[in-house]
Design a binder for this molecule. Structure first.
Ligand code: TXA
Ligand code: MG
Length: 341
């Protein structure tokens, strides 16, 4: 299949370009589109055939539900069977933005989209291209991240091209995704509400809005059985073994030295520690420890590159688990083949 690649300005998207992409959705096709978190692989959520194509193209297990992307509160309400205005403080603060909220599902949404669940994850993206696309379709867009199942989520144009060129008829491309980590997921159908997947919105800010918010075990502990079905699959896995070392710089240096003996390895670390690690092996700097959003932005690209560098071992230091750091560590734990605690 030929993939039409349409480049579109992320801030002021051209009407003709986005309309072209929307017409593919109207025909029941599945396309790649940008969001502020990562690129999505979207189809009309109300068209069961289109939804089937998403699972097939991605190689995604059918017990893993898809999120619905909406472009207005009215559209969000159509997806839910409960009154979403009950959470208006949360919604007014966080939407549009990188947060997915789980509600009870309305009967309009096919069960196939939610993998049989009675709940539905609703995301109102802030990215102008995503919003415009959904608006033009006039229906919710079902979309997982636009990577092949198991690979890190795509944050750059080259990532979606690498995974999906020839598998979809159209890609809307708007450069690097501004945040680089998938949305924060909060389950509002539980009492108390639960943080299922940490993301760009810090848990500290969420706790201000939802004082009884609990951290689902899977959000912090990679071993427990997760409530977001997709969290049970190994994710973000580079083709190279990745060892994550939990602890301070001294511990990370000592273990890196031992692990990399006789191996061709690379170390993922922050700018501030690069010099110390460079004595042991080549380093891949993720960003400054003082700017964790920069680290988040570079993480998935770095994981993807590991398989291209010809190394047989990757080692990563750990990062402080506060703010977006909780999400960074959640993704690193999932990507790691071994964790040194
Ligand atoms: O930022 C994002 O959320 C990106 C962009 C494209 O919007 N999307 C994304 O979708 O990360 P995906 O499918 O890669 O991850 C969604 C996660 C999966 O782990 C899935 O199991 C979980 O959300 N999920 C979806 N519906 C759910 C539901 N009703 N209850 C619990 N978890 C759900
Ligand atoms: Mg995904």
């Amino acid at each position: 299949m030929h993939t039409e690649k349409i480049r579109v300005d992320p801030i002021e998207p051209d009407v003709g370009s986005v309309s072209k992409a929307a017409s593919y959705l109207q025909l029941g096709e599945v396309i790649v589109f940008p969001t502020e978190t990562v690129y999505g692989l979207g189809g009309d959520a109300l068209n069961v055939k289109a939804v089937g194509k998403i699972f097939k193209i991605k190689g995604r297990p059918q017990d893993n539900p898809l999120l619905l992307h909406v472009s207005s509160l009215e559209m969000a309400q159509r997806c839910a069977s409960e009154d979403i205005a009950r959470h208006s403080r949360l919604i007014d603060t966080l939407w549009p933005g990188p947060v997915t909220l789980i509600f009870r599902k309305s009967s309009e949404i096919p069960h196939f989209v939610t993998a049989g669940l009675d709940t539905v994850g609703i995301r109102f993206p802030a990215h102008p291209v995503a919003r415009f696309l959904i608006e033009l379709l006039g229906s919710p867009v079902a979309a997982p991240s636009a990577n092949l199942s198991g690979k890190p989520s795509p944050t750059e144009e080259k990532h979606v091209i690498e995974d999906l060129d020839g598998l979809v008829p159209c890609m809307l491309l708007s450069g690097k995704a501004p945040l680089g980590l998938e949305s924060t997921i909060i389950d509002l159908t539980e009492t108390p509400p639960a943080l299922l997947r940490p993301g760009p919105i810090s848990p500290e800010q969420l706790q201000e809005l939802l004082d009884d918010l609990t951290l689902a075990p899977s959000a912090s502990d990679y071993r427990s059985s997760p409530k977001a079905p997709g969290m049970k699959y190994r994710h973000y896995s580079p083709d190279v073994d990745l060892v994550l070392i939990i602890g301070d710089l001294g511990k990370a240096l000592a273990h890196s030295k031992k692990l990399s003996e006789g191996k061709k390895s690379v170390i993922l670390c922050c700018e501030e520690h690069a010099k110390a690690f460079a004595n042991i092996a080549p380093v891949r700097v993720l960003g400054s420890i003082h700017e964790p959003y920069g680290i988040a932005l570079n993480l998935f690209g770095a994981l993807r590159d590991l398989s291209k560098t010809g190394v047989d071992l990757a080692i990563s230091e750990s990062f402080p688990e506060k703010g977006i750091g909780l999400a960074i560590m959640n993704r690193l734990r999932k990507a790691a083949s071994r964790i040194v605690e």
